[in-house]
Design a protein around this ligand. Structure first.
Ligand code: KG4
Ligand code: ZN
Length: 395
């Protein structure tokens, strides 16, 4: 099955063409085409994602990225018949005028590619930006008569571990098979969740953050330290430099919020406030102190994530742990979770490759395939839903 997948939930405009084979239990994926436009440079100025700007960028970039992936996958052919677009397209794209303009100009010139399904992220995420992707998918579906599989972004992060490749951090990810019951620790800019997966597509949220998401905390602390957006990679870089410089723990001890509480919830906003107070007390900090703070913050987040996850691993007799989402690109977090395999024998720990940790459209194609091939009826409507949660369709 050939899947065209579209992701616009935040600040990455991404489109892929993925060939999926096998079954939900044993899937195989090949990437035929992948194109992504990251808006990070644009949002850097604002210190975070500015939704209206993101929406405008998605509108501008979707058609060029589609042409790029079709060319890469060798599915790009010019249309010889003079096909007219259905008038409905004007209605579907009425709120995306720039996308409508490009759609009318280019899509009739492209021959229908051999695509079996369009997977599109419908949520969770920024609703205005999600709509751009959803309306683009609806328009393509109407013109080319291809069905749409509305896809949950977080299910995408879970599926991101299924691409069998060794990653750039040196931890081999060769056994990317999920054994059940599985546990997913989802750590991104918008979410921090521990999700029990009893069997494919059967989710139960065990706990989540009560305030800031882990990635959000990295971004906010980075901003306090004068580092650029997104803050996660900057903090982990400084933390690494500090670890290389000195062995012992530093003097800037930060709290480990909720580390001993009898639940699976998290809280990161206190950690951010603690950094703020330390900075205020210090008045002026040196570069070396910045590195110390970055390291201590990185350690504090990692320890809390590890302890809470360990509780769930033991209590639910988990066979596979999935650590996914943008923060899973963090080397300290990856190494600490990989080390859990030893004390908990029989446990496999899966990460996405570094590239597939942050938002991308390949994971959306993989999640859509799992749903389609498990023959579960789609329960998600084809409409953007910024607060979309996990919907169980397996009984
Ligand atoms: O999954 P993602 O790309 O987008 C959302 O769905 O939110 O996650 C983005 C988040 C950002 O907060 C970014 O700072 C964080 O992932 N991140 C990291 C690292 N790389 C990205 N956090 C910590 N360490 C990193 N190396
Ligand atoms: Zn994400």
């Amino acid at each position: 099955m050939i899947i065209l997948s579209i992701e616009t939930s935040c600040d990455e405009t991404a489109i892929s063409v993925v060939e999926a084979k096998g079954s939900a239990e044993s899937p195989g994926f090949s990437i035929l085409g992948n194109a992504c436009f990251s808006q990070i440079k644009i949002h850097k100025e604002y210190g975070g994602v500015y939704p209206n700007l993101a929406k405008r960028e998605h509108q501008k970039n979707l058609v060029p990225l589609l042409i790029e992936v079709l060319k890469e996958s060798k599915f790009f052919k010019l249309e010889t018949k003079d096909e007219k677009l259905p008038t409905e397209i004007e209605k579907i794209l009425e709120r995306e005028p720039e996308l409508l303009r490009q759609f009318k100009e280019f899509i009739p010139t492209i021959e229908k590619p051999p695509i079996d399904m369009i997977a599109v992220t419908v949520g969770p995420g920024l609703e205005p930006t999600l709509w751009v992707g959803v309306n683009f998918a609806k328009s393509l579906s109407r013109v080319w008569n291809i069905p749409i599989e509305p896809t949950n972004h977080m299910e995408g992060h879970i599926a991101s571990v299924l691409l069998n490749r060794s990653d750039e951090s040196g931890i081999k990810n060769n056994e990317s098979r999920i054994n059940y019951p599985a546990l997913a620790l989802l750590i991104s800019g918008g979410h921090t969740q521990l999700v029990l997966i009893e069997k494919p597509l059967k989710y139960k949220i065990l706990g989540e953050t009560r305030d800031d998401a882990a990635g959000e905390a990295y971004d906010k602390v980075a901003r306090m330290l004068g580092l650029s957006y997104p803050g996660g990679p900057e903090i982990s870089r400084l933390a690494k430099e500090d670890r290389e410089k000195r062995q012992e723990a530093n003097v800037w001890r930060l709290p480990r919020p909720m580390i001993h509480t009898d639940d699976y919830d998290f809280s990161f906003s206190g950690l951010k406030t603690a950094v703020l107070y330390r900075l205020r007390d210090a008045k002026k900090i040196t570069n070396s102190q910045k590195k110390e703070i970055a390291r201590e913050f990185d350690d504090a987040v990692t320890e809390v994530l590890i302890r809470k996850t360990e509780r769930a691993l033991r209590n639910y007799d988990i066979k596979t742990l999935i650590v996914a989402g943008g923060v899973a690109a963090n080397p300290n977090i990856r190494e600490s979770f990989a080390a859990l395999k030893k004390p908990l024998s029989g446990l496999s720990v899966l990460f996405p490759t570094i590239k597939l940790s942050t938002d991308n459209s390949i994971m959306i194609a993989m999640a859509a395939f799992l749903r389609i091939s498990s023959k579960q009826e789609t329960v998600i409507p084809i409409a953007a839903n910024g607060n979309l949660s996990f919907s169980n369709s397996a009984n």
